[in-house]
Design a protein around this ligand. Structure first.
Ligand SMILES: Cc1cc2nc3c(=O)[nH]c(=O)nc-3n(C[C@H](O)[C@H](O)[C@H](O)COP(=O)(O)O)c2cc1C
Length: 241
């Protein structure tokens, strides 16, 4: 487990998405510490466009219930579209789905099992807290969304550094109206995604999953590599749990 003194590289490599949490809540001061860390995130022209709502206790339960009801009624209210097209990224997403469902023991044809996985998402995977990352839509929203991504990664790394974990969830953004209504968030703030967070369940097999990463060379092109210096190596080449 990472601690606040864990060197950064080790910290980066020890973060992963948790899909089963223990119910024990974090302390208010731990959550405040994470929020203060996340607030250091960079943003376009220092606009800091994130509007973050943390739901715990009764608010968390009401959102989960509302989302589960909306899911049951096939009533989504996403502020942003999603989808991966039908090429390379769709293939990667399918591979990801296959890996996760395999660990869960849910077959492709098992519609009930898949349904339950979505419901588990909407129960925040058992996490006692959820952060909802809202943003104003400025222009086409892309730069603002980039800023929210910066914030989210700092938030996740801060959790890891403090011995906790989280998982960003686009699925939570599919029910933006439910979240807005329960938390009283104004209509002009749009929900990009949520992060469920708390303490990872160490006994859950799903939490042993470490997702594969492409070799660096497939993502980054280094022009005029310096003759000496540190080397970039991905230590997560294989997705073995
Ligand atoms: C913006 C964003 C949205 C995501 N949405 C979901 C989600 O709805 N449900 C889920 O189980 N995982 C979700 N994930 C987690 C990804 O599947 C995960 O980050 C990816 O497979 C890499 O694994 P790792 O986070 O364990 O390194 C999301 C991740 C990001 C960054």
């Amino acid at each position: 487990m990472a601690t606040a003194t864990t060197p950064l590289v080790e910290l980066l490599r020890s973060r992963y998405s948790v899909r089963k949490f223990l119910p024990a809540p974090m302390s208010a001061s731990d959550i405040q510490g994470v929020l203060e860390d996340a607030q250091t995130s960079p943003s376009n022209s220092n606009t800091q466009p994130w509007a973050v709502h943390i739901a715990s206790g009764a608010a968390r339960d009401a959102i989960s219930e509302g989302m589960l009801t909306a899911y049951g009624e096939d009533r989504t209210s996403a502020d942003f579209t999603s989808g991966y097209g039908d090429g390379l990224y769709a293939e990667r997403a399918q591979r990801h789905g296959a890996t996760v469902y395999e660990v869960w023991g849910v077959a492709r044809s098992d519609t009930e099992g898949r349904d339950e996985v979505v419901r588990d998402n909407l129960r925040f995977y058992g996490a006692p807290h959820a952060a909802f990352l809202f943003m104003p839509v400025l222009g086409d929203g892309v730069r603002t969304a980039g800023d929210i991504g910066m914030y989210a990664q700092t938030f996740l790394l801060s959790l890891t550094a403090r011995g906790f974990h989280g998982i960003p969830q686009t699925v939570l953004g599919m029910y933006a109206d439910v979240v807005r209504e329960v938390l009283g968030v104004p209509e002009d703030l749009k929900l990009l995604f949520g992060i469920s967070f708390g303490t990872a369940d160490p006994a859950a097999k799903i939490n042993d999953l470490r997702m594969h990463r492409l070799p660096v060379e497939q993502s980054a092109t280094v022009h005029e590599m310096p003759a000496t210096g540190s080397s970039l190596t991905a230590d997560r080449e294989c997705g073995k749990p």
